[in-house]
Design a binder for this molecule. Structure first.
Ligand code: ATP
Ligand code: MG
Length: 512
């Protein structure tokens, strides 16, 4: 089966592609191909060059040299995104390109709307009808006439996919499509990918989640430092092997279960019966000095809402909070002053100033310390930036680099860094490692452990089960806005958390 298409059936062939953004080489003589009707995964560490390769192929950025052949035709050295689209190359970028204020149908048929007769008047009825037919064909949970603003991120991705399909895409590229999807949405996307493959459409897929790569791909290409390392066929794909190729050495398989041990240190945060109608109800817990308290649960269970309220972004309707033994009314200002930090989940949206340097991005979050009298100490600002860069191993380690020019994962690290260089007493961290490669993940874990050893209390929201089991001293599982179960002083596995999150009490939880 493998030899049938040996080489002749490539839809996309890149040979010797080299790229530099006016600086170091980020793609070095890369050979890469995607066959017709295959699902191909592109993997590598943060900054390996994955998104850049995609940008070169889709015409979003140029290449310095090398050839690209698509569907039998050579692509010129310079071509636009439109050129690529016209040939059948579609890409669902992380930042979706839909137009708010318009409907699903309007977005799908943008710039190719059906018109009435020979006029230029848009035939709205026909457009809605065609859009709905397309939606129904793929059984997507969408309505043609729904406003883009009223649908979820996952649904917006579906609209992007439909838009591409209506353009007769032959290659569908997805750059980390699942990073903001719920488990059911991910499953739906996988089904869609299978359907596309069934129709002969090739899918090129970037992900840091090895299980996904393993489950989906026919072949995997591994990049490291801008170079092609390996191309694996289906029978050679194993998560351990991919990781070894990605980072150049294997990482020891750390235990996936972990014995929880409660801290006996003083209580830092005491939460009593807090409720915000429609979001969460009767949440009570205490957090000890230096403790890492995990908050598990399904997406939508209320975890993010609880930490946002405790940090003071959203109001709390009733209940009370004590911080270091005294009553505390959360507000962002009070939190900052008290040494409480919050690292939000949507870091790419909420966390960065793309046109600013790493130094100013880290500096802005630390103005109170850097400029207590209103004037920023340049030297201190740079010191902090350097500390952040080395703590989280940001690449390139250059404080004057613009954050918008970093790879996606390195942008995430900068946002983490700007909080983690502060002297905090308590920090709320929401999904610390989404979009972060596996090697850097270990470094972030080390850093979180170090903070806790230094006495910082941490409330950690995570959907990554091994992350919770490996880091937490205790885990609360939220379900439908309530605390459903507490795991403490027991052996914890990801499966136990998942069962609790799904509403099944783990009776055996307390046996050692
Ligand atoms: N616009 C740009 N200007 C300058 N350098 C850039 C630009 N975009 C990316 N780079 C650099 O190119 C390299 C490759 O980045 P790229 O975004 O392709 O990585 P990636 O593999 O997608 O990583 P991630 O997993 O973090 O998304 C990085 O060193 C990055 O700093
Ligand atoms: Mg990327």
């Amino acid at each position: 089966m493998e030899t049938k298409h040996a080489n002749g059936d490539n839809l996309l062939t890149c040979k010797g592609v080299t790229k530099s953004y006016n600086g170091p080489i980020v793609l070095d003589n890369v050979d890469f191909s995607v066959r017709r009707g295959e699902v191909h995964a592109l993997v590598g560490e943060n900054g390996a060059g994955k998104s850049t390769l995609i940008k070169v192929v889709t015409g979003a950025t140029g290449r310095n040299s090398g050839t690209i052949t698509f569907d039998g035709e050579q692509m010129p050295l310079e071509f636009s995104r439109k050129d690529a689209q016209a040939r059948g190359i579609a890409c669902i970028f992380q930042e979706l390109s839909l137009i708010p204020g318009m409907t699903v149908a309007q977005n799908i048929f943008l710039a190719k709307e059906p018109t009435i007769g020979r006029t230029r008047i848009i035939d709205k009825k026909k457009m809605n009808h065609q859009a709905q037919a397309l939606i129904d064909k793929y059984k997507f949970p969408l309505k043609a006439e729904a406003a883009i603003d009223s649908i979820s991120i996952a649904q917006r991705q579906l609209v992007e996919i439909l838009k591409a399909l209506s353009d007769n895409a032959k290659l569908m590229i997805m750059d980390e499509p699942t990073s903001s999807l719920t488990k059911t949405e991910v499953e739906m996307l996988f089904e869609i990918i299978h359907t596309l493959r069934g129709e002969g459409i090739s899918v090129l897929y970037i992900s840091h989640r090895m299980e996904e790569v393993y489950a989906l791909s026919d072949r995997v290409t591994v990049l490291r430092d801008g170079k092609l390392v390996s191309i694996l066929n289906k029978d050679m794909i194993s998560p351990a092997e991919i990781i070894r190729l990605m980072i150049g050495h294997s990482i020891s398989e750390k235990a996936v279960h972990h014995r929880l041990e409660s801290k006996r240190s003083p209580v830092v945060l005491e939460v009593e019966n807090i409720t915000t109608v429609g979001k969460f109800e009767n949440i009570s817990f205490s957090l000890h000095k230096g403790e890492i308290l995990g908050l598990g649960g399904l997406v939508g269970s209320g975890r993010t809402e609880v930490v946002r309220a405790l940090y003071g972004i959203d109001p709390i309707d009733s209940g009370s909070v004590k911080f270091l033994g005294t009553p505390y009314v959360p507000s962002v200002k009070a939190s900052i002053a008290a040494g409480i930090g919050f690292i939000p989940e949507e870091r790419r949206l909420q966390g960065i100033l793309a046109t600013q340097t790493i130094t100013s991005n880290i500096g802005i979050a630390n103005l109170d310390v850097l400029a207590p009298k209103g004037v920023v100490s340049i030297r201190k600002e740079l010191e902090r930036a350097q500390k952040g860069i080395s703590l989280l191993n940001v690449k390139p380690p250059d404080p004057s680099h613009l954050v918008g020019n970093l790879s996606g994962g390195n942008q995430q690290k900068v946002v983490l860094a700007k909080w983690l260089v502060r002297d905090l007493k308590l920090v709320f961290i929401d999904e610390p490692t989404v979009g972060i490669d596996i090697g850097a993940k270990e470094e972030i874990y080390e850093h979180i452990r170090k903070l806790s050893a230094e006495g910082v209390s941490i409330l950690l929201v995570s959907s990554d089960l091994p992350e919770l089991t490996r880091l937490a001293d205790r885990v609360l599982v939220l379900r439908k806005g309530r605390i459903f179960h507490e795991f403490k002083d027991c052996v914890l596995t990801g499966e136990k958390i998942l069962r609790a999150a799904s509403g099944i009490i783990e009776e055996a939880a307390d046996e050692a």
